[in-house]
Design a protein around this ligand. Structure first.
Ligand SMILES: [Zn+2]
Length: 238
């Protein structure tokens, strides 16, 4: 199985823009006493996870950094509502996207490299074509256009890691206290074949979750169905 990095098609006709954010999030953390890293991550999001049943849900409205212990406590409140095995880092976002949208959207759409959306009819056609593991979540966005698209946000599992051949030999290890990994994205990326899923056709790279990856089954379906809005770049696997 071949794998591909999904990127936005930058052609000028795709003017779509979502001025919106997810409803809830885990707060950031205060500076780590060992490595000094603080704040929260970008790009980890679970748009189908609903925190409205939590009595402390108001605490998930505010990304302001909290001590690590408080972050860890709030994370355990969320864990039962999140997908099994989900990564829940400081700054992880949950729930439907809320805000406004404008412009022209393709059948697939990326607001940024880590946020993938799909029109409902395109999702149905991909599933009908045998693409596996697609989960589309409703969004709560007001569109300023005559015929608004019915966009869904992909909720993506995290799988896969880099092959050691593409990592620097002097690589620094993650912080023992907060587990922050200082690794920068290798260029080019090489993925470890054994770490990649077999029954899931679109996912985030677990070691770098801002990277969204499609299997050749997904790419083949997108091309057969002539769905537009994204491009695919082949990735080397070993
Ligand atoms: Zn640290």
């Amino acid at each position: 199985m071949k794998f591909f990095h999904i990127e936005a098609d930058k052609a000028p006709r795709y003017t779509g823009n979502l001025d919106a954010g997810h409803k809830w999030g885990l707060p950031g953390v205060e500076p780590c006493p060992t490595c000094g890293v603080s704040g929260g991550v970008v790009g980890l999001q679970y748009p189908c996870v609903d925190l409205s049943s939590l009595s402390e849900r108001k605490k998930f409205d505010d990304p302001w950094p909290v001590p690590f212990e408080e972050f860890a406590r709030l994370r355990e409140l969320v864990r039962p509502l999140a997908p099994q095995g989900a990564m829940l880092e400081p700054g992880t976002r949950f729930g439907p996207l809320e805000g406004t949208g404008s412009g022209y959207f393709g059948q697939l759409f990326m607001q940024n490299p880590w946020s993938l959306y799909v029109r409902r009819e395109a999702l149905d056609r991909l599933s009908g074509d045998g693409v596996q593991g697609l989960q589309g979540c409703p969004i709560n966005v007001r569109f300023r256009v005559k015929r608004p698209p019915e966009l869904l946000a992909f909720q993506l599992e995290l799988h896969g890691r880099y092959h050691p051949d593409c990592l620097p030999p002097d690589r620094k290890q993650p912080c023992p206290t907060c587990e922050n990994d200082p690794l920068k994205r290798p260029d080019p990326m090489i993925l470890e074949a054994a770490s990649l899923p077999v029954n899931l056709d679109v996912f985030r790279l677990r070691q770098a979750w801002t990277v969204i990856i499609a299997s050749e089954r997904m790419v083949g379906a997108v091309q057969r169905l002539a769905l537009d809005g994204v491009i695919f770049r082949g990735l080397e696997t070993r």
